[in-house]
Design a binder for this molecule. Structure first.
Ligand code: 5AD
Ligand code: SF4
Length: 446
């Protein structure tokens, strides 16, 4: 039996693609291994969102090649770098045997066979099969208790800095009937939490209303949220939301359904209207704050997290100050702060990357400090309160402890035995650090 080793970089969509790739390969007779040295097939599912992520790929190819025992093994590059670079990858690294684009992952077994048959320059960048199988085998899920379900692929927004519309193509929504079918299967298999995935989940627009007709909602996405809530899945999370398409009815749907979790990830990218315009985000800071206010006014305590880019071309000190001011207003429970990275092929690549590396670094550290302060305050507000936690895994940092997430997506560690894994437990919070809460079980729900 040939052994396959797969490594995944980047976002949850890549993690989700990898689950399906492994599902297919396992059912096609391959053995999945997590030992790269023993593999006959090495697959790297790549990310191109920032330059650093892309560089990591070449470093990993070198490292893996050195340690492999089977010198006739094949190496395939999948995902966003594969889609963007195509056959130029063979020139960049002669170790590569095949390149498979973001929509070609359903044909990975074919690519591997082609390579073993001696064609070591195989490229497939074409579209998904009409009958592509979205299901994931229980053995290949990234977590035995949390399921990832893509609901919309690609992106039509073309923010000027972003490579995603090029690496993942145009938006395409998965039919609601298929989404609901999968959720019901996962529920039967004991999955406690699902994440509806998409670059912009709230731009969800299926070609027909099947499975949604009986649900109210101002948009197809809020109908879908209500339909998904009705499956009875214990916890439903969704990410990422696009500010312009964030209809207030999403908050109403959350308020109406306890199993829709109290967490919204709403990337803002900048606090300055001038920069938002240059980024072509399609929202102003005033629109964004309206959404934030609606979420904060909810009868539920909904956590808001965001993404932000520091040092976009022409970002002045005043623009950056506006970003800091906006952070202070929004009080995000979490923020991914990125330094602007020019991506070839995007409109912003033609602008001068004129905020110096030192300046980007200083702004990054300042915003990080502001965010850490806010986060500490928010995390401390959980002290001596009970939160519901899905026990997902054994903690790697503290022995004898389990680790999981709250419905508001905070990580909680607590002492507990292995038999609690997969259960939702009430944990009283006794200690807080900037990214993790610690506590003790107060009761067990199921
Ligand atoms: N440079 C820096 N950050 C970027 N992101 C996307 N493109 C770039 C880029 N060129 C960030 C955005 C997005 C997150 C996934 O990555 O903040 O929301
Ligand atoms: Fe990129 Fe903008 Fe699309 Fe998000 S919405 S994936 S930032 S183009």
């Amino acid at each position: 039996m040939k052994k396959v080793y797969l490594e995944t970089f980047g976002c949850q969509m890549n993690v989700s693609d990898s689950e399906r790739i492994l599902t297919q390969l396992e059912s096609g007779g391959y053995q999945i291994t997590d030992d790269e040295t023993q593999a006959d097939v090495v697959l790297l599912n790549t990310c191109s969102v920032r330059e650093k992520a892309e560089h990591k790929l070449y470093t990993r190819i070198g490292q893996i090649r050195k340690t492999q025992t089977n010198k006739n093994s094949v190496l395939g590059i999948l995902g966003c770098v594969a889609q963007l670079e195509g056959e130029t990858l063979f020139k960049k690294s002669p170790a590569i045997d095949f390149v498979l684009g973001t929509k070609a992952v359903g044909r990975v077994a074919n690519a591997i066979e082609t390579a073993f048959n001696g064609n070591r320059n195989f490229v497939d960048l074409s579209d998904r099969e009409a009958d592509y199988d979205w299901s994931v085998a229980a053995s290949q899920r990234h977590s035995p208790f949390v399921g990832f379900i893509p609901i919309i692929e690609g992106c039509n927004k073309f923010c000027t800095y972003c490579i995603v519309p090029f690496s993942r193509g145009r938006e395409k929504s998965i039919p609601a009937s298929e989404i609901i079918r999968q959720i019901l299967i996962l529920r039967e298999q004991g999955i406690k939490e699902i994440h509806l995935l998409g670059q912009n989940v709230n731009s969800y627009r299926p070609i027909n209303d099947s499975s949604l007709a009986n649900f109210k909602g101002a948009t197809a996405f809020s109908k879908l949220l209500r339909a998904v809530a009705a499956t009875g899945m214990e916890r439903v999370k969704f990410t990422t939301s696009f500010p312009r398409d964030f209809h207030p009815d999403i908050v109403d749907a959350i308020n109406e359904n306890e199993n829709l979790c109290d967490w919204v990830h709403l990337p803002v990218q900048s606090g300055s209207n001038r920069i938002l315009k240059a980024m072509r985000r399609g929202h102003t800071i005033e629109n964004y704050l309206e959404r934030i206010d609606k979420i904060k006014k909810s009868e539920r305590k909904i956590s808001i997290t965001t993404d932000i880019i520091i040092g976009f071309p022409n970002e002045s000190l005043q623009d950056f100050r506006d970003t800091v001011k906006m952070f202070e207003y929004c009080q995000f429970a979490g923020a991914y702060i990125f330094k602007y990275s020019p991506r070839p092929g995007t409109p912003a690549f033609n602008m001068i990357d004129n905020v110096s590396a030192e300046e980007k670094n200083e702004r990054f550290l300042e915003l990080e400090k502001v965010q850490r302060f806010t986060q500490q305050k928010i995390f401390q507000s959980y002290l001596n309160r009970s939160v519901e936690v899905l026990a997902e895994k054994i903690s790697v940092k503290r022995s004898g402890q389990l680790s999981g997430h709250t419905t508001c997506q905070k990580v909680v560690n607590f002492p507990g035995a292995k038999d609690l894994l997969g259960k939702i437990v009430s944990v009283e919070i006794l200690e807080s650090k900037s990214n993790t809460l610690y506590g003790e079980i107060s009761s067990r729900k199921q």
